[in-house]
Design a protein around this ligand. Structure first.
Ligand code: B12
Length: 297
């Protein structure tokens, strides 16, 4: 009897997981906010949606690896729904692959981002990613689950440190926990749809089966890290912020969000506060839109 009940719950969990995956995919496909009239193209292509268990021990490890302020899923839920409210759950992490039109435009660039990439920063990242995060939280609530997007809370913050800014909810580390891929030598996250992506996540009390982590280690999908070959992103960086030793976040930040970047964003119809980004290390590289280890094994 107990076993039957367990099977029923698992099956229901599986069905709900499928509903969520389909809902996120159709939002990306159909929502007008994902279409740029100016570029006559979508910002993002079909997403990949995966789940981590809220009790995955990795989230505790992140307090050491990233910093003590990095929130655990339990903390995320309890901050919104009260101490003692935690009963387990999942973290849903989503990869939004940047569309071909925008990637192609950035491939041709050498000194800084394309106009297309700058428009993506304001209208894709700030507007659409915020909208889809809120949509997914609303959808989970409509199914009767508690849900919070950490980036939309009043406690979410980015602190400046000596080695660069660090947030208290890192979308890349969350994506890693959900088995969506691994880091690059340049810090970027390489998914099955490559590194030219955006990420978002939502924490919920829905207990769905977690997806498996297949990356061999935290940088398993990076050709340079895993095989000692490639390093194309090192030569692509217009401000020499990437080397075999890693990524100089301060040099990167000054270029990616400095005054010239803000001016370029505005000149192209974007918001100054979003900046234009850069993404040269994410385009015209072997990992741009695929996992390069798939063919290099
Ligand atoms: C602060 C920030 C920045 C800073 C610092 C980046 C950084 N490396 O931390 C600056 C301004 C430099 C920056 C630049 C860019 N950013 Co930014 N940024 C963020 C932000 C807000 C927080 C990042 C954070 O908290 N990092 C925490 C630190 C600790 O992470 P880390 O140092 O990279 O982690 C390393 C170690 O932990 C290490 N590691 C070592 N041992 C182990 C062991 C294990 C088990 C694990 C898991 C990891 C691990 O792995 C990592 C890589 O080396 C996120 C949004 C978010 N809230 O997540 C976006 C985000 C990371 N940025 C993003 C993007 C797109 C960019 C830019 C391309 C700019 C643009 N929009 O055009 C550049 C690319 C720079 C690069 N090569 O990564 C995307 C990531 C896309 C991707 N494929 O990775 C994000 C997720 C935004 C989004 N919503 O999608 N960014």
């Amino acid at each position: 009897m107990e076993m039957e009940k367990d099977m029923d719950t698992k099956e229901a969990g599986g069905r709900i997981k499928q509903l969520i995956v389909e809902d996120v995919k159709s939002y990306v496909r159909e929502n007008q906010g994902n279409f740029s009239e100016e570029l006559q193209a979508p910002y993002y292509e079909e997403p990949i949606i995966q789940f981590a268990s809220a009790d995955d021990p990795l989230f505790e490890e992140y307090k050491t690896l990233i910093g003590p302020d990095h929130a655990t899923p339990r903390e995320v839920l309890e901050r919104s729904f009260g101490p003692g409210s935690y009963e387990g759950g999942s973290v849903i992490s989503v990869v939004l692959p940047i569309s071909e039109v925008i990637r192609r435009a950035n491939r041709a660039q050498k000194d800084g981002p394309s106009r297309e990439w700058a428009l993506l920063r304001t209208f894709g990242d700030e507007n659409f990613v915020t909208a889809i995060r809120r949509h997914l939280t609303g959808y989970l609530s409509s199914l009767g689950y508690r849900a919070v997007a950490p980036l939309d809370t009043d406690w979410y913050s980015i602190q400046g440190t000596a080695s660069g800014p660090v947030s208290n909810w890192s979308e890349r580390h969350v994506a890693y926990a959900a088995g969506l891929g691994s880091f690059s030598i340049n810090d970027g996250f390489i998914s099955e749809k490559g590194i030219a992506i955006r990420l978002f996540s939502v924490v919920t009390n829905l207990q769905a089966a977690p997806d498996v982590r297949t990356a061999s280690n935290h940088a398993g999908n990076c050709l340079l890290y895993s095989k000692g070959i490639c390093g194309v992103c090192i030569t692509r960086c217009p401000v020499q912020a990437i080397s075999k030793e890693g990524h100089d976040k301060i040099a990167c930040m000054k270029f990616v969000y400095g005054q010239a970047s803000r001016d370029f964003a505005m000149a192209n119809g974007g918001d100054a506060k979003s900046g234009a980004g850069c993404g040269l290390c994410q385009t015209k590289v072997p990992c741009e839109s695929r996992n390069p280890m798939r063919t290099a094994r």
